[in-house]
Design a protein around this ligand. Structure first.
Ligand code: KIV
Ligand code: ZN
Length: 382
């Protein structure tokens, strides 16, 4: 089986940072950018310079300081935006200009108040202007999945003819379902004049909780760049989560034969760094990086885990940079109590285990989870 390489495009510092509660100061952005580079993302979108002077300065600084990934900055499809982006990103080792315009009738009529012809002209002019700064130009058709297919194909052809090297077709409002996304990309790619000469990209929002599933459906249809964020942060319900996409391709390589450049052992600490910088915790049951993602409390599960971890873990926690834990709570069994005691250096007889177990359950029944300190106290008392 051949394994295709997926381009991981991280937009934590742009789409993620623009969500309420997630804004970062310049030095925090730089710290996160360094961590994302160490994580191994291929492309890092570092900001939307026209949004504020601070954003522009942060993009300029990251472009100067961070080496490794392609660094992209976003601008609307107007010449002033492109020129600003071109100026602030030019210090990057490998700069990319990312420009976008909405292509659905709803957005063009209600928001932009432009005709289809005006939209096509803007795409042509701005992509061509971006190419004056760099050979690496990405064009995004905002609200692509709700756009008229014939018109969207015209837009894509126009962007490629003007010099775009990556074509991103976002599911901007998270409206699509996976089967639809596959069909959508297959059709656009089949109808594009020079589809083989560009990289197609997916950018899915999570309004229906389908962002990761939709992104993977796009990849299965032939898309080779996936846009995502750490912890899935982003506008409204967020973007597709980077850690989930990467681990899905790793765990299910049989069905998703794609490789990434991500050092998965850094996923957990990257997630925690983002939490620390934004002050926003990850929900406990979040896949891959949530506090409970590798925690086992129920007795039956703990027993299975002690015998063979594969009974309840589909990936090795150390592969994402965490350790699995047997949590002692009211659903735990004697096996887990014995194992935790052994871990603390106590080899208890069956009788002793039984007594400690009953105290653990009594404590847990008061609504507490029983930590190592509690266990030491109980064992010593016994
Ligand atoms: O969701 C979206 O459409 C976007 C584009 C600007 C790429 O974030
Ligand atoms: Zn977006």
């Amino acid at each position: 089986m051949t394994t295709d390489r997926l381009i991981v495009f991280d937009t934590t510092l742009r789409d993620g940072e623009q969500a309420p509660g997630f804004s970062l100061r310049t030095e925090q952005k730089l710290r996160l950018a360094r961590q994302l580079a160490a994580l191994g993302v291929d492309v890092m979108e570092v900001g939307f310079p026209v949004a504020s002077e601070d954003d522009a300065r942060a993009v300029e600084l990251i472009a100067r300081e961070v080496r490794g990934p392609v660094l992209a900055a976003l601008g609307r499809c107007n010449v002033a935006d492109i020129e600003l982006v071109g100026e602030v990103i030019r210090g990057a080792e490998r700069p990319r200009i990312h420009t976008f315009i909405a292509t659905s009738d709803l957005h063009m009529e209600a928001k932009l108040r432009i005709s289809r012809d005006e939209c096509l002209r803007a795409v042509q002019t701005c992509v061509a202007r971006a190419r004056d700064y760099t050979d690496d130009v990405q064009f995004s058709a905002e609200d692509a999945t709700r756009s008229d297919m014939d018109f969207l194909c015209q837009v894509v052809d126009t962007a490629i003819a003007a010099g775009a090297t990556t074509i991103n077709l976002p599911d901007t409002v998270g409206y699509s379902v996976p089967s639809e996304v596959s069909r959508f990309f297959r059709e656009v790619m089949a109808r594009t004049n020079d589809a083989d000469g560009v990289v197609f990209s997916t950018h899915c929002h999570d309004d229906l909780g389908l962002a990761v599933a939709n992104s993977l459906a796009a990849v299965l249809a032939g898309v080779r760049q996936v846009e995502c964020t750490i912890n899935g942060i982003g506008e409204r319900a967020g973007n597709a989560s980077l850690e989930e996409i990467v681990m899905a391709t790793r765990v299910r390589r049989d069905l998703l034969p794609f490789a990434t450049g991500i050092d998965t052992t850094r996923l957990f600490r990257t997630s925690r760094l983002l939490c620390e910088l934004t002050g926003e915790p990850v929900q406990a049951n979040k896949a891959i990086v949530g506090r409970n993602a590798f925690a086992h409390e129920a007795g039956i599960h703990q027993h299975g885990m002690i015998r063979d971890r594969r009974t309840y873990e589909i990936m090795r926690p150390e592969d994402v940079g965490v350790e699995s834990k047997l949590v002692l709570g009211k659903h735990s069994g004697r096996h887990a109590v014995k194992r935790r005691c052994e871990g603390l250096g106590y080899n208890l007889t069956r009788f002793e285990v039984d007594r400690v177990y009953r105290e653990v359950i009594a404590l847990a029944d008061q609504g507490k989870s029983v930590g190592d300190d509690d266990l030491v106290v109980i064992v010593n008392r016994r």
